[in-house]
Design a protein around this ligand. Structure first.
Ligand SMILES: [Zn+2]
Length: 67
């Protein structure tokens, strides 16, 4: 297992492998591991490996009443 020098993320050799890792994260989340926020995979243009994208949800964006 290698890491991306640019993002520091785990580098998966192909999309299939990345999706398997993503599935692990989803299952962990379903078991209550809410620190796992990975939700998709993408091909990194820097290292040509596949990474998981993390979901970032800013808490400040509160929905107000729309007019
Ligand atoms: Zn990379």
């Amino acid at each position: 297992m290698s890491l991306c020098v640019v993002t520091g993320k785990i580098r998966h050799r192909d999309e299939h492998t990345a999706r398997l890792a993503l599935l692990d994260c989803v299952m962990a989340r379903n078991r209550g591991r809410h620190d796992r926020r990975e939700w998709d995979v993408y091909l990194c243009p820097k290292c040509k490996g596949w990474h998981l994208t993390s979901m970032i949800q800013p808490r400040s964006a509160k929905k107000g009443p729309s007019s």
